[in-house]
Write a protein that binds this ligand. Structure first.
Ligand code: PEP
Ligand code: MN
Length: 333
């Protein structure tokens, strides 16, 4: 980090500032220019509030030259992280498709979808038991009963399960869940991130609707700083001026996140488009862009789905998409 002092800063003011930086364990390099004095700071500057520093009367400007995320940063961990979920690996060349309904609705619905997505090559089963809905009057999920059904489907198919946790008070219900999903709306629920960071379960962290990649990585950092390094990043589309699609898939997030971080990146073409007929193309494009996996919504009867029917693939459509994605992966290898 570099801090430029204002012209006219007294030696005593400069000294006080340098002592303050040193008290934070930082190495301080002072270089005197004709008009300005520049202070270079080396060490962990992540705890420095740049806004606060800039507000000091003697500071002209503050520039961060290193990223505030450390544990998630590729600079400090060049090897790709591989997240292992009951033997299913995501990251570092390993690719998995997570598929299933938006929401768990009934035993028949979930079992039938689980069996068909498994037959089509999905490696993990998704299904929401706690649903973050825009309207309080919409279906909110089956809660404990939904998790019980997911566990039953896991027993029948052997597919590990991925489901969203919205409130850490419910953690006991998630004891046998394989991957905890942090939904887009909770990406910056820092207390929740800290709590899931204390568990040893893999976390699927979805990008917030209006969050930058660096903010996504800072949220991953929260989980990792609490001790859990098994984080999978998920690009699920962001809000833009476009309204034709539910969100806009930021496909460049895949190579950009790979550049910035060693964590695996999966893409959700369902929530990013909101339109089932666009899901296949975006799934294929995601695989071509180097995604480490996909999370796709599948429903046995999309017209009657209690949640996100318009973006859900039928099992037959999912089968075709999975085949295309496999071909793209083969062509790339
Ligand atoms: C979901 O996966 O069903 C979901 C609600 O996703 P998101 O948080 O990305 O909207
Ligand atoms: Mn959904």
């Amino acid at each position: 980090m570099i801090a430029v002092l204002k012209e006219g800063t007294t030696p005593q003011q400069r000294e006080n500032l340098c002592e303050w930086f040193k008290s934070m364990g930082l190495e301080v390099n002072v270089s005197e220019g004709k008009y300005h004095c520049i202070i270079g700071l080396i060490g962990n500057t992540s705890e420095i509030d740049t806004g606060l520093l800039e507000s000091l009367s003697i500071i002209e400007s503050v520039t961060r030259i290193s990223d505030p995320f450390k544990k998630a940063n590729r600079k400090f961990h060049s090897e790709n992280t591989v997240v292992d979920i009951c033997g299913r690996k995501i990251g570092g060349g390993n690719f998995e498709i997570i598929a299933g309904p938006c929401a768990v609705e009934s035993e028949e619905q979930l079992t039938s979808i689980a069996k068909s997505v498994k037959a089509s090559g999905a490696g993990l089963l998704r299904g929401g038991a706690f649903k973050p809905r825009t309207s309080p009057y919409d279906f909110q999920g089956m809660h404990k009963e939904g998790i019980d059904l997911l566990l039953k489907a896991k027993k029948e198919t052997g597919l590990p399960i991925v489901t969203e946790i919205m409130n850490f008070n419910d953690i006991e219900l998630f004891e046998e869940v394989d991957v905890l999903q942090i939904g887009a709306r909770n990406m910056q629920n820092f207390e929740l991130l800290k709590e899931v960071g204390k568990t040893n379960k893999p976390i699927l962290l979805k990008r917030g609707l209006a969050n930058t990649l660096k903010e996504l990585l800072m949220s991953a950092e929260y989980i990792m700083a609490s001790g859990n390094e098994n984080v999978i990043l998920c690009e699920r589309g962001i809000r833009t001026i476009e309204t034709y699609t539910r969100n806009t898939l930021d496909l460049s997030a895949v190579p950009a996140l790979h550049e910035l971080s060693h964590l695996p990146v999966v893409v959700d073409p369902s929530h990013s488009t909101g339109i089932s007929r666009l899901v296949g193309s975006m799934a294929a494009a995601s695989a071509a862009a180097g995604a480490d996996g996909l999370i796709i919504e599948v429903h046995n009867n999309p017209e009657c789905a209690l949640c996100d029917g318009a973006q859900s693939l039928t099992p037959e459509q999912f089968d075709a998409v999975a085949k295309t994605v496999r071909k793209i992966r083969e062509a790339m290898s």
